[in-house]
Ligand binder design. Sequence first.
Ligand SMILES: *Cc1c(COP(=O)(O)O)cnc(C)c1O
Length: 376
Amino acid sequence: MQKIQMVDLQSQYQAIKQDIDKGIEEVMSTASFIKGKKVSDFQEHLEAYLGVKHVIPVGNGTDALMIALMGLGLQPGDEVITPTFTFIATAEVAAVLHLTPVLVDVDKDTFNMTAEAVGKAITPRTKAIVPVHLFGQCAEMEGIMQIAKEKGIYVVEDACQAINATYTFSDGKAEKAGCIGHIGCTSFFPSKNLGCYGDGGAIFTNDDELASKMRALANHGMVVRYHHDMIGVNSRLDSIQAAVLDAKLPHLDEYTHRRQKAAAYYDKGFADNEHIKIPARSKQSEHVFHQYTLQIIDKDRDKLREQLQEKGIPAMIYYPIPIHLQKAFANLQYKEGDFPNAEQLARTVLSLPMHTELTKEQQDYIIDTINALTKE
Ligand SMILES: *Cc1c(COP(=O)(O)O)cnc(C)c1O
């Protein structure tokens, strides 16, 4: 059996090596490394794939979130509602822009911020809501969009882990993650569901005005060359990364399907284990399984993780410390006990190997080992 990895980018590359190498060679032969044709090609292909009017390629997912908040023209002290159980970037960018992150707890089954929690956190200073579609499943976008509309607040989706997840509204209308709010952000970090071979990210929007503003913000606030209309940043997806992504995009449906198949296989394997809670599925969102995350019930999660390590099974804790207990956010003056669901999840979650190249043999070994260790 091949060594088990959290993510197997090497085997995935080998399977489509010809297409990737051809794309990279094209960039090398034209030497058009920045803003080349590959970038605009990929942008157009992704717009068509997601059914969104504008894709703005940027340097990484964190920049995407930051440029999105800059594009909304928020002022220091404006409040941005975001979940406490997420990767640091979501709250970090708000703080970098001197905005005030207002954290909310998450649902203990879906790991996502609920519309109800958002509703309770709204104040007259709330200017934006940043839901995170954690582990590949959308937050309650229908309720969140409704609140945003009533209150005249922007919604910026952190879809860094959820590209290609379809969300279905109660009227039957379906949209892709990141294309529901006013702005959506994604990351092409190598291990993400659509990953490049370095850093990369993109912003999505259907709003023409926001699109041109964010495009300028990502390029030094420049619309006409060397005429800088606003203070911006330098954040670009380079042509080599775009070539990798353009070669991988036609495989994204298949990759998504393989993750879902692997998840279903894990589900079945743990169905009779009372110490394992498998990831809950939301009614309205498809799950694209950026992570397959268990909750370990009445067993020592950290000990289990060590035992798995010894048996050649990597497992990760996303995330061990919620945002409200991070040192960097001490100034927000949250304390232990403020968000009990997130705190409990931080103690109990365990993410298993999840990628497009997992074999049945590997999964059987992972399932059997976990079941044996938790039933001891
Ligand atoms: C990966 C990720 C980001 C940041 O993306 P980078 O490309 O690493 O900057 C932000 N939010 C979430 C939820 C992520 O998973």
